[in-house]
Design a protein around this ligand. Structure first.
Ligand code: ADE
Length: 979
């Protein structure tokens, strides 16, 4: 019996049902829905399968094969496809769409009607068109319908289309035939699609990866080496692995844009004129430094403007500079044996710091042209060339000579300039200094510490006397040092002398022509006798004062220590986690970590006993529930207030156990409280108590105003400084150190299980061992049957449930990554399976945008495969403390050693904005008064918004650069100079 050709064919339905989505990683070898002409498939015997071609609403053919010889026994009807070339495939997929009629719905067919058909294939190197021999065919599978349809469905025009996919392979010949064997079913084969999977061409990390066919063996990956895109070069060999499903996995290595090119949207784009990039790497093109330019595109370096130069060792990031102007205010100071030349640095240093001076001496006769060089005759101290101080002493000069000294300022680019040398000139006549003194240097009076001197003013001086210089020294220490003092009058009181000590004095005059030679030396003594007593008394007084002062100081110090000590003690004991920011003072009340250990409440025979032991029962009348803030596994989570007699009312979060629970659920709920109640640390959520004696059963904990860390960070994307983020991480690490010291393994450490209070203090929450994982929406079942948050969990814990503080350290690394990426999902949209595979292959999460290298290094340390190599929480805490104390270590470091020195020092706010391609906001910054980098470095995201930066992406770019700038400025200040 046949049911006729169109007994279950509804073309309108199929036309819609066959619409497909893009399968971009599939290469289709055959798709019967897209064959426009005849299919030309063979049927054996002729009256078995029936080929029907219908037209759909777009007038495209729909090829269907039907067979329905359900009444006749021993059916063996074959349908054979044309030869299908396998192309590059090693394994192919056959997707069948068909309808199948339910035998029970056909009357009187019970013995003969079947509900399956068989799928076969046969490999050959070419289409042979010869006779069909079923024996040559290999069976792929028996195909049954998930959904068969009945007469009633047919009446309702409901067709139940089945889709079945089978893998075929490995295929070694050039192609193959498919064959469909019907053994007495009522089938309509609506479409056949044969395809193989490939990892499609892709661009990753500036490398291109070609179309790649996966291995037949689905457990092994194909390693593919990428080729750098144009104008990029390899940093580490870029590689991807092609997985069996046509997905690219485990990106390793990368390319970076070459010099003169920067990355924009995955390709390397030439730097615009006026910009340059001197090093290959993931850095942007920078605006040409001052006094340099680039006219063309893709400049590796900017050329210096005319008159400006770059010294051989100047980095390309440095401004071009020029030789300095001449020294200023050149003066000399002449005495019998020494000529001191002094000058002021040039007004223009040329933009450099490597300023030096050369001195040249000329001795001229009456004719100015008749000069000879005279350096060799004289001695210069410290030398005539390369002087770094603006002074030189000249000795060994002749007594009656005219010397002309030329002082030249030089810097690192002086040799490059063809401009005439810039020199300051002075002529010194060694016999025409100022007028020497006539007459003696008289002592007017002396005291224990002073001597008053006077002398006669020289008469008839050619030039007016500017002042006198009095030189003096202790007679006994003549060779050690001398002092001098200046006076305009011909008298002076020299003070600061020692009592009863002989001093030597001499005086010289100074005119515009220089100094005269010194007068003869005069020796005078300070008084000592009677004044010695006074002095001794003075000393006694000093000693007494010092003794009394010292004692007073001692008393004050002792009192201070007592007071601060007690305050400190108070601070330690009264320091509530809510208000505890000063971690160093907020010590755990566990005096010696490791001594108090965690007790697993599950080890209690009677769980109620554990609740009693570790928690406080709260009278519900002390609790005021205010709002519902969330839903937990056991009931609502509310916020409210808790009153405690004699204490301030506090904000609390209240977890409730909804009614209708069984004893087991009640214990699961209270287990968390019995665990939490054992902890007391500023970075662990604090249990206030439980309500178990009345309904509803409640757990009351401290209230954390900012909720869970992951959503908090997502809501405040880009809002915090790196130091603030590190502060949060430090808190979490400190809480985890406490837990590991107590011997408690968390197993579900993740940003969603950290709570944040109004002071940004982060506290670890969600305790309860296995229950935690049941409750966690991230936890997935593993092949070994456990429920595990794959992305946060160490490989050994996933594979064989080896949970330890070391596996918590792995999770901590993931939390670090979540924090530094402001709540990004670890491994993004990769499937759990891909995450496991990638980790096994050695892939690790890359540094989030703007994350300091030191922090990423710490993450990588936490993600060591060998769990004993991971850092302990105590190491993590001290490492983070060091980073916080030394903010320059948090600078995002340059990638190549060459860049290290040349972290761009932006000159102006405008230059900085240009460098981050945010030039359009220059006027906003200026109008709001942010015209120095120091002021910019203090801006918050609110400030950035307030000045009119509206686009979130721009706000992020600016704020992330400000963070770098902030650290950079700190770094500069640390080094002791300002930008
Ligand atoms: N959600 C869950 N526990 C909380 C708490 N302690 N504070 C605020 N929100 C919470």
């Amino acid at each position: 019996m046949s049911f006729g050709n169109r007994f279950f064919f509804v073309s309108l339905f199929l036309g819609t049902a066959l619409t497909r989505f893009c399968n971009c990683n599939q290469v289709v070898l055959l798709d019967t829905t897209s064959v426009l002409g005849e299919l030309g498939w063979k049927t054996y015997p002729i009256n078995g399968w029936d080929a029907i071609t219908e037209m759909d609403e777009h007038n495209r053919p729909i090829h269907t094969f039907q067979v329905c010889n359900v009444m006749e026994p021993n059916q063996n009807n074959w349908l054979r496809s044309n030869w299908i070339s396998r192309q590059a495939a090693q394994k192919v997929y056959v997707e069948l769409r068909f309808t199948l009629r339910d035998c029970n719905s056909i009357p009187w067919v019970s013995g003969t009607c079947k509900e399956t058909f068989n799928l076969f294939y046969h490999e050959t190197d070419e289409a042979h068109g010869v006779k069909f021999r079923p024996a040559q065919y290999t069976k792929i599978d028996t195909i049954a319908a998930d959904e068969s349809f009945t007469q009633m469905d047919l009446g309702d025009r409901i067709l139940k289309l089945n889709t079945e996919v089978r893998e075929v392979g490995p295929i070694n010949r050039k192609g193959f035939y498919l064959a469909f064997q019907d053994i007495g079913a009522c089938i309509a084969l609506v479409s056949v699609r044969v395809y193989y999977k490939k990892c499609p061409f892709t661009l990753r990390n500036l490398a291109s990866f070609p179309d790649t066919v996966p291995r037949v063996d689905s457990s092994s990956l194909v390693e593919v080496r990428g080729a750098c895109v144009d104008h990029a070069e390899e940093r580490d060999t870029p590689k991807l692995f092609c997985g069996a499903d046509g997905d690219w996995l485990v990106p390793l290595g990368r390319c970076v844009c070459s010099v003169g090119y920067e990355e924009i949207d995955g390709s390397c784009v030439a730097c615009r004129p006026g910009f340059y990039k001197a090093y290959a790497g993931n850095i942007k093109c920078s605006k040409c430094p001052p006094h340099s330019f680039s006219y063309g595109e893709a400049s590796a370096i900017c050329r210096c403007e005319k008159g400006f130069f770059r010294a051989e060792k100047d980095p390309p990031t440095m401004a071009c500079t020029r030789p300095p102007s001449r020294p200023r205010n050149l003066m000399f100071n002449l005495n019998d044996t020494c000529l001191l030349l002094e000058w002021s640095p040039p007004s223009d240093t040329g933009g450099r710091r490597d300023l030096t001076y050369n001195v040249q001496c000329k001795r001229c006769g009456p004719e100015p042209d008749h000069c000879q060089l005279c350096e060799d005759e004289l001695r210069f101290l410290p030398g005539p060339l390369g002087l770094t101080n603006a002074t030189v002493t000249v000795v060994d000069f002749s007594a009656h000579a005219n010397y002309t000294f030329e002082i030249e300022s030089l810097n690192g680019v002086s040799d490059m300039s063809s401009f005439p040398r810039q020199v300051a000139i002075i002529t010194v006549s060694t016999d025409q200094g100022g007028p020497s003194l006539v007459g003696a240097l008289k002592k007017d009076w002396a005291s224990p510490n002073s001597i008053a001197l006077s002398w006669q003013q020289p008469e008839q001086t050619a030039l007016p006397i500017i002042d006198y210089e009095v030189k003096y020294y202790e007679k006994e220490h003549e060779l050690l040092s001398y002092s001098s003092t200046r006076t305009k009058a011909p008298s002076v009181i020299v003070s600061g002398l020692k009592p009863a000590t002989w001093y030597v004095f001499s005086v010289r005059t100074r005119t515009a022509a220089g100094y005269s030679s010194y007068s003869p030396k005069y020796e005078y003594e300070t008084t000592g006798d009677s004044s010695n007593m006074a002095s001794d008394q003075g000393q006694v007084l000093v000693i007494v004062t010092a003794a009394v002062g010292g004692f007073t100081l001692l008393v004050i110090l002792t009192l201070f220590l007592l007071i601060t000590g007690s305050k400190l003690h108070k601070k330690q004991t009264a320091c509530t986690p809510l208000h505890c920011i000063d971690y160093s003072l907020c010590l755990s009340t566990v005096p010696f970590p490791g001594i108090k250990t965690y007790v697993d409440p599950d080890t209690y025979e009677d769980p109620t006993q554990a609740v009693h032991e570790f928690t406080k029962e709260i009278d519900p009348s002390r609790i005021r529930i205010e709002r519902v803030i969330g839903a937990g596994e056991f009931g609502e989570v509310c916020s409210g207030r808790l009153r405690t007699p004699g204490k301030k009312e506090i904000a609390v979060a209240i977890k409730t156990l909804k009614g209708g629970y069984v004893e087991r659920q009640r214990w699961d709920f209270l287990r968390e409280a019995s665990i939490m109640g054992q902890f007391d640390h500023p970075n662990i959520i604090r249990l206030e108590g439980v309500v178990t004696k009345s309904r509803p059963v409640m757990i009351v904990v401290e209230y954390m105003e900012n909720g869970s860390l992951d959503s908090f960070l997502r809501q405040h994307d880009g809002h915090f400084t790196v130091i603030q983020l590190v502060g949060m991480l430090r808190g979490i690490a400190s809480g985890m150190k406490y837990l590991s010291d107590m011997g408690y393994v968390h197993r579900d450490l993740a940003a969603r299980n950290i709570l944040v209070n109004s002071n940004l203090v982060c506290k670890v929450s969600d305790f309860g061992l296995s229950r935690v994982l049941e409750d966690d929406p991230e936890a997935a079942y593993t092949t070994t049957g456990g429920k595990i948050p794959i992305r946060w969990t160490a490989p050994e814990a996933i594979s064989y449930r080896k949970f330890s503080s070391a596996s918590d350290a792995w999770s901590y690394g993931i939390v670090m990554w979540e924090v530094m990426s402001y709540g990004e999902r670890p491994y993004w949209e990769m499937s759990n399976q891909d995450v496991i595979l990638s980790i096994e292959e050695g892939y690790r999460l890359p540094a989030p945008m703007g994350c300091p290298v030191a922090l990423h290094q710490l993450m990588l340390h936490c993600w060591q495969k060998e769990r004993n190599h991971r850092p302990k929480f105590t190491d993590i805490v001290s490492f983070l403390d060091k980073l916080i104390r030394n903010p320059s270590s948090l600078l995002p470091l340059p990638e190549s050693p060459g860049e290290e020195m040349d972290y761009p020092m932006f000159i102006s706010v405008g230059d900085w904005l240009d460098s981050i391609k945010m030039s359009q906001y220059k006027s906003n910054f200026m109008a709001a008064g942010y015209n120095t980098l120091d002021s910019v470095a203090r801006m918050s995201i609110e400030d950035v918004r307030r000045i009119g930066v509206e686009l979130i992406g721009h706000q992020r770019r600016i704020i992330s650069s400000i963070q770098t700038l902030h650290l950079q400025l700190l770094h500069e200040h640390e080094k002791g100079f300002h930008v």
